[in-house]
Structure formats: structure tokens, C-alpha cells
Design a binder for this molecule. Structure first.
Ligand SMILES: NC(=O)c1ccc[n+]([C@@H]2O[C@H](COP(=O)([O-])OP(=O)(O)OC[C@H]3O[C@@H](n4cnc5c(N)ncnc54)[C@H](OP(=O)(O)O)[C@@H]3O)[C@@H](O)[C@H]2O)c1
Length: 303
């Protein structure tokens, strides 16, 4: 079997872990190029081309783990237009331009994959797609953002918002600028992707009603989580006070939890680590396994 040649864009937390998996894992895949901004970095891999993002277009598959919007949109358009598979963990790209990219992939018979964009290493998109294929999804509900889970848990133990945020930043759960997470946008983008898969109709991030956690009062002992919620008719992300018995209330650390209610079947749950280089890389590698198997999946497509 011919080996699939991978052009990787991004050698950060996830990209470098994917690079290790591609080089050491069992699939017939080969890393041929890596793109970063700083090409003088001493920790870049040897024996592969270190170049600009466009170098990835010379491979068989583009794997984009850079983040951001403008660059990835241009790379995705170029790759898909050539009929190349595009694999990414970029939820912002998918929740903003997913419709255009899925349509382009269909026209060009290319593949568009993004397992790692929601749930990190936890197969949330796959679970929703599987359940959508076998029944009518009535409702999805999830805790899908580790930063807010960490802060809200600490506030439930008596810390102030600022104390909890400081701890989260020290523990690596929050960025120096945490606004994307605490304002609820990260969860809104993930929800839009899941809802688009659940109901086979494109739902952009802008359709989500969002309320973040800044300025929230949490009483000691209260179990508040930032809950993402969607039905066919609406999507919201907002803090909710949960009963202690609710599996969402037990989400801790980087654990994400997703609950999917299917008509005449009941409630299905999937949970696991929603962030981290190695686990997220595992989801990217699983996407590559589908390409190696000859599948040409298009995220958001019902076909
Ligand atoms: N970290 C996680 O746990 C996680 C989980 C799920 C999804 N994701 C998603 O995965 C993606 C990558 O996240 P990350 O945490 O790995 O990010 P990161 O550690 O910041 O790494 C980003 C990498 O992309 C490179 N890059 C950025 N812009 C570029 C450009 N214009 N041209 C060339 N290279 C560029 C950077 O180059 P330099 O090294 O030169 O700066 C860096 O190597 C994001 O879309 C993120 O949302 C991450």
C-alpha cells in the first residue's frame, strides 16, 4: 500500500504530538513537510521540509493545526479545490466557514475532517454522527470547555472569580487572555459544529445565544457549569446550576461530557479528556486512519 504523505501546518501542542504519532504509529503515513511561523525553532523535526503553509499543498493530505481564521480558510480552500483531504482541529474555522468548505469538498470530491475540533480526544462528533444516522436526535447538552469548568469548580469551593482564574492560568487551564473561553465562544463554536452534524443542516456560531461566566456569583457548594444546549430549534451556551447527581456537574479538570437524547431510544453519554496535545492528536490520527481506509468523509455532510 502506498504511504499517505502528510503536510502538517503547525508544530505546537497538538501539531508536534501528531508529528510524533505519524512518525511512530502503525498507519502507512509519512510526514513530508511542517509549517511554522518561526522556522529557526530548535525543536523542529529533522528529515522533513520545514516551509511555508503552502508547502503542505504538495503532500497528499493537509493537516492544519495552526489555529486562527484567515490563513486556515485560504489553505482549506486551496487544498479542497485541488481535491485534497483537509484535516483540522480548528473549531473556529469549522464553526464559521464550515458550510462553504463542506460544499467545496462535495464539489471537488475531497474529504473534510475535524474530529479533534470538539471534545479533544473524545469522539463527540463521531458519536453524534452515529446517533443521527440511527435515530432522531431531540436534544444535545454538554460541558465542553475545561477553562470554565476549572474556574466554576474552584468558585464552588469558595474562591472568587479572580482567584479561580489565576489558579486556572497557573495550572495551564486558561490562556493569558482567557476571554475566548470565559465569554463562552469556545463552547459556542463546538456546539454549532455538533448541532450541524446532529441535524444535517448548517448552524453557524452566530446562531448560538451566548452568556459567559464573567461577573457570575457562585455560592460555596453550588455546582455551576457552562452548559451548551441545542435542539433543532435553538442553541445556547450559559452557566447553569446543576443537581449534584447530574453527570455534567461531575465534569472536572479537562473532562468534557456530552449527553445526546434520541427519540424512542433514550439518553446517550460520552465523556473524556477535551484538551491536551497527545489526546487531541489521537483524534487527528483517527481521521487519518479513515483516509488510509479509503473513506472520503465530509464533516456536516449526510452522505
Ligand atoms: N491544545 C489543545 O488541547 C487543543 C484541543 C483541541 C483543539 N485544538 C485546536 O488545535 C489547533 C492548534 O492548537 P495548539 O494548542 O496546538 O496551538 P499552538 O500550540 O499555539 O501551536 C500553533 C502552531 O501553529 C503554527 N502557526 C500558527 N500560525 C501559523 C501560520 N500563519 N503559518 C505557519 N504556522 C503557523 C505555530 O508556529 P510557531 O511555532 O512558529 O509559533 C505553532 O507551531 C487550534 O485550532 C486549536 O483550537 C487544540
Amino acid at each position: 500500500m502506498e504511504r499517505l504523505r502528510i503536510g502538517l501546518i503547525g508544530w505546537g501542542t497538538v501539531g508536534s504530538a501528531v508529528g510524533e504519532l505519524v512518525r511512530g504509529g502503525p498507519l502507512p503515513v509519512t510526514l513530508v513537510s511542517v509549517a511554522v511561523r518561526d522556522r529557526q525553532r530548535p525543536d523542529l523535526p529533522k528529515g522533513v521540509e520545514i516551509g511555508a503553509p503552502e508547502a503542505a499543498l504538495e503532500a497528499d493530505v493537509v493537516v492544519e493545526l495552526a489555529g486562527g481564521l484567515d490563513g486556515p480558510l485560504a489553505w482549506a480552500r486551496q487544498a479542497l479545490d485541488r481535491g485534497m483531504p483537509y484535516v483540522t482541529a480548528n473549531k473556529a474555522l469549522l464553526a464559521t466557514h464550515g458550510k462553504e468548505l463542506a460544499e467545496l469538498a462535495e464539489r471537488r470530491v475531497a474529504a473534510l475532517l475535524g474530529s479533534a475540533s470538539v471534545g479533544g480526544g473524545t469522539p463527540m462528533i463521531e458519536t453524534v454522527a452515529h446517533l443521527a444516522a440511527t435515530g432522531d436526535i431531540e436534544h444535545i447538552r454538554g460541558v465542553v470547555n475545561a477553562t470554565t469548568t476549572y474556574i466554576l469548580s474552584a468558585m464552588g469551593e469558595g474562591r472568587t472569580y479572580d482567584e479561580a482564574l489565576g489558579e486556572a492560568q497557573e495550572a495551564g487551564y486558561a490562556e493569558a487572555d482567557p476571554s475566548f473561553d470565559v465569554d463562552g465562544r469556545d463552547a459556542a463554536q463546538k456546539l454549532a459544529i455538533l448541532a450541524s452534524v446532529a441535524w444535517g443542516k448548517w448552524r453557524p456560531e452566530s446562531d448560538v445565544t451566548v452568556e459567559g461566566i464573567v461577573g457570575l456569583d457562585v455560592e460555596p457548594g453550588q455546582n455551576i457549569r457552562l452548559v451548551a444546549d441545542a435542539t433543532k430549534d435553538g442553541m445556547s451556551v450559559k452557566p447553569a446550576s446543576l443537581d449534584r447527581s447530574d453527570p455534567m456537574a461531575r465534569a472536572a479538570g479537562v473532562e468534557n461530557v456530552l449527553e445526546i437524547t434520541v427519540a424512542d431510544a433514550g439518553v446517550f453519554r460520552v465523556s473524556g479528556p477535551g484538551a491536551g496535545g497527545r489526546v487531541t492528536a489521537g483524534a487527528v490520527y483517527a481521521d487519518l486512519a479513515r483516509l488510509v481506509a479509503g473513506e472520503r468523509p465530509i464533516l456536516f455532510s449526510q452522505g
